[in-house]
Design a protein around this ligand. Sequence first.
Ligand code: SAM
Length: 309
Amino acid sequence: MTMRFDILTLFPDFFSGPLDYGILSRAIATDTVQVALHDLRDFTHDRHRTVDDRPFGGGEGMVLKPQPIFECIELLESRSTMYSTNNEINQIDISKYESNNSITGIAPKSTRDTTRQSVILLSAQGKPFTQTTAHRLATLDRVVLICGRYEGVDERVSDLLADQELSIGDYVLSGGELAAAVVLDATARLLPGVLGHADSSRYESFGAPDEECHDPANAITSDGVPRSTHGAGGILDYPHYTRPADFRGAPIPDILANGDHLAIRRWRRQAALAKTLRNRPDLLAHAPLTSDDRAYLATLGYFAASPNS
Ligand code: SAM
């Protein structure tokens, strides 16, 4: 099954880096992921290929016009006229898409099945993009990412075209391209077969709560020790070490070299809890903690007045 991303942008070349390396480029090469870049200037009708205009009501800066974005999405509604820009990065064979009925056209917002496809506007005003969002997007067939520029995008794009606005953090970027690359990368690596080992995306920082993504039975191993991070409802990953065992006088923790896997799992669990307490204590308030976890956190001075504590 191929997951399809369409990115609407003023700067298609921007994506030559993010798409060309590592896991993402392999996922594209194996057709697990398809990415089509759409240059919004191709949907303008004037000599200057104008995509922006002054804001109604006055104020600084320019606003991205709705018309090129609407026309691009309307083209994506038709599977038989699948469009993609003809540039080197994209390398998409348009004829393949013209005859490829497995790619479903983007439905108009009023009839769109948002369990299959989503049109997303990248925006500093959007809902936070999290690992849980990435897991949810990874279940879809098709995602359209609209990259804003200037002071932002005419609000009618959000109202009439997009299903959701997503923000990658509480800061303002100069354009939505970096945000789109982040959403694409974080989502694509969760697709089956993209990472070498399925567990890699299960036992890592922010592992999604079990009820949303995974089998709760995996949260606690048969010997009663919680998995290091996944199943904890989203605490941070434990610290990793590799060879040499002693690097410039800094040794690895002894326990990692003694072959006692139960003890290693316990140590990793506690190290993950300690790191989460140090860097992201907010996550602990929502993590389903065992009584051992709470006892350990108490030794570190943590006492949260949360339902889980
Ligand atoms: N005037 C807007 C505001 O104050 O919210 C900022 C516009 S920003 C300069 C231009 C574009 O960058 C936005 O339309 C959006 O697509 C993108 N952008 C900026 N910050 C972002 C963020 N944190 N997450 C996602 N996209 C962002």
